[in-house]
Design a protein around this ligand. Structure first.
Ligand code: COA
Length: 332
């Protein structure tokens, strides 16, 4: 059976490191509050004009090098982001131009913190169907230019960081390795629990007005409690769904890679499933929530640090705006 396998991973974070202490100069907050409620100690912000495609290019070149491939070996790009470089065209097109590989499809997907697993599901289906053999799957976010970096926006602004991480996916004919399953979910009834309202094409006659800017309606808004509660419920649920579909138990999982939204959510999920934290990936302390980049960034570090070895069973799980939630099982 043809399987979708991970051939190489790459990552990129911008140079500018922003500690919690630095945030205290920009808003009423404290290092203690942020660490206690979220586990985040620092995040990275782009230092100057730098879009997601630039972050993604660095990450993609590293992933390709680790896979022993050239950009020209790729036959499709899928890029997950909630912070597109421009309204249109998609950031995948800008990345494609940077990599110098015209002609192949360049697809943007908009599934927020579940973007990487949604993208993996699409890539897996295309690879198993034989439509493409080598896909660049990208998670790239520039949050910092979209945050309300003031006391008004502190609940959200302290959470998010900029980063890109990339997986080169390929077809493996007949092996045991690769993606075993993906499970995707969404519930649009909660679309406004975590969202950016404007600019929006439904506003008439213009997508944004001076008044909307003054009211801060172009900044992300979140019902933190609602998101927290739903994440703590949906993530264990979708992980159990994944294990059941594959006839596995939590003891079979060498590494659980949850989306890095909040360390308290990660610990709650692990406790509910009965998996020790030694087998749960966590790097939110250093990067904050990097949305579509968070899962591949964890995978990159786990592989680099020898926590992911060939033959290991890894389970990925996400929850984010939409609401969307998802899981995937991968034999590494
Ligand atoms: N620094 C200091 N105080 C802050 C703050 C900050 N950065 N952000 C919010 N506060 C304040 C609030 O204004 C509130 O003050 P009040 O009681 O005077 O109104 C107080 O802290 C408590 O806020 P609350 O929202 O009850 O805190 P919480 O324990 O729910 O924690 C989050 C807030 C955002 C950390 C938490 O809800 C969370 O992590 N939610 C999930 C977020 C998430 O994962 N989002 C991404 C999903 S992909």
């Amino acid at each position: 059976m043809k399987r979708c396998v991970f051939l190489g991973l790459g990552h990129y974070v911008p140079e500018r490191r922003v500690t919690n202490q630095e945030l205290t100069a920009l808003m009423e907050t404290t290092d203690e509050w942020i660490v206690e409620r979220t586990g985040i100690r620092q995040r990275y912000w782009v230092p100057h004009e730098m879009g997601g495609s630039e972050l993604a290019e660095h990450a993609a070149r590293e992933a390709l090098a680790r896979a022993g491939l050239e950009p020209g070996d790729i036959d499709c790009i899928i890029l997950a982001t909630l912070s597109p470089e421009h309204t249109f065209p998609g950031t995948a097109c800008f990345l494609q131009a940077r990599l110098g590989i015209p002609g192949i499809p360049a697809v943007d997907i908009r599934n927020q913190c579940s973007g990487f697993i949604y993208g993996l599901s699409i890539a897996d289906a295309w690879i198993r169907a034989g439509q493409y053999r080598r896909i660049l799957l990208v998670g790239a976010e520039v949050h910092s230019t979209g945050l309300d970096i003031s006391t008004r926006g502190r609940d959200v602004a302290c959470l998010f960081g900029d980063a890109a991480a990339v997986a080169v996916l390929g077809a493996d004919d007949g092996g045991e390795r690769g993606v075993l399953s993906t499970h995707l979910h969404a519930d649009g009834r909660f679309a406004k629990a975590l969202w950016i309202e404007a600019p929006g094409s439904r506003f008439h006659p213009l997508r944004i007005s001076h008044q909307m800017l003054d009211e801060g309606r172009h900044f992300p808004k979140m019902n933190g409690r609602q998101v927290f509660t739903a994440a703590a419920q949906r993530m264990p649920e979708v992980i159990r769904e994944c294990l059941k579909a594959n006839g596995l138990t939590i003891d079979d999982v060498a590494l659980l890679v949850p989306h890095q939204a909040n360390q308290r959510i990660t610990e709650l999920v692990a406790r509910q499933l009965g998996i020790p934290m030694e087998r749960v990936a966590s790097n939110i302390e250093r990067y904050g929530n990097t949305t579509a980049a968070s899962i591949p960034l964890c995978l990159y570090e786990a592989e680099r640090d020898g926590r992911l070895r060939p033959g290991d069973l890894v389970v990925l799980a996400s929850f984010g705006a939409g609401f969307t939630w998802a899981s995937a099982a991968v034999r590494w």
